[in-house]
Design a binder for this molecule. Structure first.
Ligand SMILES: Nc1ncnc2c1ncn2[C@@H]1O[C@H](COP(=O)(O)OP(=O)(O)O)[C@@H](O)[C@H]1O
Ligand SMILES: [Mg+2]
Length: 390
């Protein structure tokens, strides 16, 4: 059954691998021609309470954890999402018709590996949707990633549909680089159809910088890149890190704390300490790893695909505020013809991922696919997620 397309106000709720907090975007979505029209009505960010952030990070990094702990975390996150959604409604006077909630990824394995006699990929997002639906009196779409994986995809990235809707341009090649905990990009050649989009994770975003800032300076992140600006890049450490398999692997590919979490940060710091006693140098080198891994990815896979001499390179996510990271990126990407910006009139960069969840929920509500197979590697378009009705 095909549902007829209706304009809806949709709240998208996103919390990424940084585990810094929850973003809520209220978006008006309406059909337009063969596509959709999207207008951002409001955006709010809610940092996680400290004990909740601690619990999330502990669960993500755990080698062993009690089932009871995971069950409680699922419900505790449901409460946090419900409160954020309610606060967005009360604070703006807007009531959504539908909510799309990504949930908190505590484990994501995009490619198959042997387990209990079979080979499988898997993913798990926590945050009980029934609590959100009950608190807001609105149906909730959640659990977006599995349907893409059941169709043979990696379940990530899911933002490319929004990137395409908002940024595709008939004459200009565009790259949308998000720097959250992980870095990911969407490349849209000039005049491209949706099937021609290239999207993949570039590697760490802020994840390693955050871990080192916390461990060495007692700060959850390197505000504006001030620490990295005082340090120098330890070139041998950077070169060795870039030899890692992930960076050389062609797309599609996805990464998370499984690759670049606490264990990785520990090894990275040990390598830095063999070359320098200055704490700032470790943070500068981690910052450079993000910039240089993006540079290499653009050179190896994006430029050949877009074939363009000039690329609009739009940076979003919390990393867009790290001035040192951005300067490193700009310096490296200019020679590839990329004009790097962090501002775009279409949508504030902080709100983009949450707005993407709103669009995915709207698609699902209308029985329409939300994945972009060329981005995730899926064999076919898939309708994503499950609906919790009120
Ligand atoms: N002013 C800032 N200066 C430097 N880094 C920042 C700043 N604000 C946010 N960040 C970084 O952005 C991260 C959050 O980015 P976000 O896009 O929300 O990522 P995610 O999607 O993984 O949650 C923080 O953990 C921090 O590293
Ligand atoms: Mg975040």
């Amino acid at each position: 059954m095909k549902a007829s397309l209706t304009p809806l106000t949709v709240a998208g709720i996103m919390s990424g691998t940084s585990a810094d907090g929850i973003d809520v975007a209220l978006v008006r979505i309406a059909p337009r021609g063969h596509g959709v029209r999207l207008e951002l009505l409001a955006h709010r960010a809610f940092p996680f309470a400290r004990p909740l952030r601690t619990a999330i990070l502990a669960a993500m990094d755990a080698r062993a954890i009690a089932a009871a702990e995971l069950a409680r975390l699922n419900w505790r996150l449901g409460i946090a999402y419900a409160e954020a959604a309610r606060a967005s409604m009360d604070g703006t006077g807007l009531k959504p018709d539908l909510i799309g909630c990504h949930g908190q990824t505590i484990y994501h394995q995009g490619t198959s590996a042997p387990y209990a006699g079979r080979s499988l990929a898997c993913t798990w997002q926590l945050g009980e949707p029934a609590l959100i639906a009950a608190a807001c009196g609105v149906p909730v779409v959640s659990n977006f990633r599995p349907a893409d994986m059941a169709a043979g995809g990696q379940g990530a990235p899911l933002v490319p549909l929004l990137d395409f809707v908002l940024f595709a341009h008939p004459k200009r090649a565009r790259v949308l680089q998000n720097i959250g905990g992980i870095g990911n990009l969407t490349a849209i050649p000039a005049g491209a159809a949706q099937e021609e989009i290239l999207a993949f994770d570039t590697g760490p975003g802020n994840m390693i910088v955050d871990a080192l800032s916390q461990q060495l300076f007692g700060k959850p992140f390197d505000r504006n890149g001030a620490i990295a600006a005082r340090g120098k890049i330890l070139e041998p450490v950077l070169r060795a890190a870039l030899r890692e398999h992930f960076f050389r692997q062609p797309p599609p590919k996805s990464a998370g704390r499984e690759q670049f979490g606490a264990a990785y940060a520990g090894r990275f710091l040990a390598a830095c300490r063999r070359h320098s006693r200055l704490r700032e140098d470790a943070v500068a080198t981690a910052t450079a790893l993000t910039a240089e891994s993006i540079h290499r990815a653009v050179e190896a896979w994006v430029v050949p695909r877009t074939g363009a001499a000039a690329i609009d390179f739009i940076v979003s996510g919390g990393g867009a505020r790290n001035r040192t990271m951005l300067a490193m990126l700009r310096q490296r990407l200019e020679s590839l013809g990329c004009a790097v910006t962090t501002s775009d009139v279409t949508i504030p960069v902080e709100a983009k991922e949450a707005a993407a969840l709103a669009l995915l929920a709207w698609q699902t509500w209308h029985h329409r696919p939300g994945n972009v197979p060329s981005a995730t590697g899926a064999k076919r378009p898939a309708i994503l997620g499950q609906v919790t009705y009120v």
